[in-house]
Design a protein around this ligand. Sequence first.
Ligand code: ADP
Ligand code: MG
Length: 443
Amino acid sequence: MEPAHVWSECSARLQDELPSEEFTSWIGPLQAGLRDGVLVVLAPNTYVLDWVSKSYRNQIAGIVEGMGADSGVDRIEFEVGELDARSPAAPLKAGRRDTPRRRHSRYSGSDLNPGYNFDSFVVGKNNRIAAAAARHVAEAHGESYSPLLLYGDVGLGKTHLMQAVGKEIMLRRPDVMVRYLTSHRFVNDMVEALKRGSMGEMTNGYREVGVLLIDDIQFFGEKMRSQEEFFHVFNSLQESGSQIVLTSDRYPSEIEGLEERLKSRFAGGMTAEMGHPDIETRAAILCKKAEHSGVSLSKDVAFYVAERIRSNVRELEGALHRVIANGTPVTRETVDDALGDLFARRVRQLSVEEIQKVVATYYNLKRSDLLAPRRTRTVARPRQIAMYLAREFTNHSLLEIGTQFNGRDHSTVLHACRRVADLRKEFADVDEDCANLIRRLSK
Ligand code: ADP
Ligand code: MG
């Protein structure tokens, strides 16, 4: 097995086993390579390293053991570092240990995911304004929009883009101190500081910060004492001309339990919404992520996956992990195999009308034939099958389905469903028709 496969399989398993927040925070940022039979798990910084090696070492070892001798792994080690971006799939060479250490010192003081930069961020209609604002801030920080607020649903790239700003500034201006943390972390730090009586020290720690990135400010809601402290930190940074970047899963005025003065501060600079990516953008993201993992993914297959996974980018990425773990080269068949159950879920979001169209086409009928009152066998059976599929693959009630079949009542639909279920058991051809239709509806 190639090192990239060992890790993507391992990571796919962890994704199944861990709550998604946990997976994204701790496993998502990891990379791994193989060096003389040692699987070297690379963490972006010591903070992640300590936590991961403490919390997940056994779990990861268990998964790798489960792969058997095939994995080529005798031992597992954890280090700070990242894979060579030019040949991410290449095994790690002995003696490369120094590089990760050097990298670490450059990023010290902030926990940034090494994969989150502008190069790896795909710009589409959904994030064009946000990406442009982020670029602008990264290139001319302090003089422009502060705070920059990126808001939108989960999994749409807010953290990625925010960290890209931080990383770009670190590269351009090594003298500037960049600090990244979640509002969660700020609150925890503050609680700790209160316990130890070192509140002043904690807030002083922000004095030198030139760029402050606060992720997920919605967690400030209801945390009154933290809001108070953060308000002061925020104001003094603004006064000294530092750049502040914020993310939130909603617009500040919508955050419950957030003081008015913070709402207006948070929205007082540049705000940019991040929306859901369209299919082209989703496919482009898949290609970029695959390239990063050293796996080749054709445009055709990327669209095939992107068509089906529409929720958010995080899920899209999760799907790609699974596909890669299932083996390469990646084809439509291996995708079907790896994502079968995800696709089945997608089928459940079909509309009755879509189902009617697919069934009509399959039987060489028109959709209007299925709706019309005719009772001949050639039309009645397909109609019943369409009702049955609508019942199985939408969340509509019997009555709602009946209504969409030209006002038939619920008992007609119920009868059709029972009848088709029986026929499937009894007649292979009916069963095969249904299976074919389900396959078509999943496409
Ligand atoms: P959010 O903070 O909005 O919940 P994240 O920034 O954590 O979302 O993004 C979730 C995942 O999706 C990350 O792995 C990120 O790299 C990826 N992602 C989101 N949008 C893009 C994009 N436009 N291009 C590349 N990767 C993206
Ligand atoms: Mg985030």
